[in-house]
Ligand binder design. Structure first.
Ligand code: PEP
Length: 258
C-alpha cells in the first residue's frame, strides 16, 4: 500500500546503544528488554548494540522468540576488502541483523561522514537485504540561522539519489542539538519536519507513503507519547533511554497507535 496514510505503517522503536555495554552486559540488557515487552510485541522493536555485542544480543533475542529484532549502528558500503576496522552489510546480515543505522550525527560530526558516504551506506544496506535507518538533522546553529529545511532536504537529496523511498527505508529525524542533551524538540516541531520529509519523499517515488519516519533526540519514557501520538511520526530512535529496559519498554508502549 502506498496511499500515504499512516495506518499501514507499523510503528518502529529502535534502541541505539552507542559505544556502551560489553557483549556480556548487552546479553543481559537484551534479555531484560525482551522480558519487559508484551508478547506479541505490538510494534517493530530493534536493538542496535555495538558490533562486538551483535552475536550475543542476537542469540538472546532469538532465544526469547525472535520478536525483537537486531540492528547495527553503522556499516561500510564496500562488500569486502582492505578497509581495516570496517564491517560490511553482508557481515551484518549474516549475523541476523535486519536494520542498520546510517549517518547518525555522531558519525557525521565526529568521523567526517558526508551525505554521499551515508547514501552509499544506505544503498549497500539495501543490497544486502537490510533496512537502513538513515539519520538526518540540523545543528543548533543551522536551526538558529533558519536553515532547517535546507539542511534536511540537502541530506535527503543524497539518499534519494541512491535509494528509492519505500518500505525498505526508514528516515530518522534527529536534531543534533537534541541528541544526548536532555533537550528534546517539541512534538509539533518534529512532526513539521517529518511532513517536510514525507513531502520530499512523495516527489521521489510512489512508495513514499510506506517509508517510516522516526523522531530521535532525548526521547524518554516521560516524553515519548507526545512524539508518538503525532500522526506524521512512525516511531522513535532512542539513545540513552534504550539502556534501561523499563524506560525502553515504556517508549515501545507509547508507540502503539490506537
Ligand atoms: C541517538 O543516539 O540517536 C539518540 C537520539 O540519543 P538520545 O536518545 O540519547 O538523545
Amino acid at each position: 500500500m502506498a496511499d500515504g496514510s499512516q495506518a499501514h505503517r507499523r510503528p518502529l522503536v529502535a534502541g541505539n546503544w552507542k559505544m556502551n555495554l560489553t557483549h556480556l552486559e548487552g546479553a543481559v540488557l537484551a534479555a531484560e528488554v525482551a522480558a519487559a515487552l508484551p508478547s506479541p510485541v505490538p510494534v517493530d522493536v530493534v536493538l542496535c548494540p555495538p558490533f562486538t555485542a551483535l552475536q550475543a544480543v542476537g542469540d538472546v533475542l532469538a532465544a526469547a522468540g525472535g520478536e525483537v529484532m537486531l540492528g547495527a549502528q553503522d556499516l561500510h558500503w564496500q562488500e569486502r576488502g582492505a578497509f581495516t576496522g570496517e564491517v560490511s552489510a553482508g557481515m551484518l546480515a549474516a549475523l541476523g541483523c535486519r536494520y542498520v543505522i546510517a549517518g547518525h550525527s555522531e558519525r557525521r560530526g565526529l568521523f567526517g561522514e558526508t551525505d554521499e558516504m551515508v547514501a552509499r551506506k544506505a544503498a549497500a544496506a539495501r543490497a544486502a537485504g537490510l533496512i537502513p535507518i538513515v539519520c538526518v538533522g540540523e545543528t543548533l546553529e543551522q536551526r538558529r540561522a533558519g536553515r532547517v529545511e535546507a539542511v534536511i532536504l540537502g541530506q535527503l537529496e543524497a539518499v534519494l539519489a541512491a535509494v528509492s523511498p519505500d518500505a525498505g527505508l526508514v528516515i530518522a529525524y534527529e536534531p543534533v542539538w537534541a541528541i544526548g542533551t536532555g533537550e528534546a524538540a517539541s512534538p509539533a516541531d518534529a512532526a513539521a519536519v517529518a511532513r517536510l520529509i514525507r513531502d520530499r519523499l512523495r516527489q521521489a517515488g510512489p512508495g513514499a507513503g510506506d517509508v517510516r519516519i522516526l523522531y530521535g533526540g532525548s526521547v524518554t519514557a516521560e516524553n515519548a507519547a507526545g512524539f508518538l501520538s503525532e500522526p506524521d511520526l512512525d516511531g522513535a530512535l532512542v539513545g540513552g533511554a534504550s539502556l534501561d529496559a523499563r524506560s525502553f519498554a515504556a517508549i515501545v508502549e507509547a508507540a502503539v497507535k490506537p
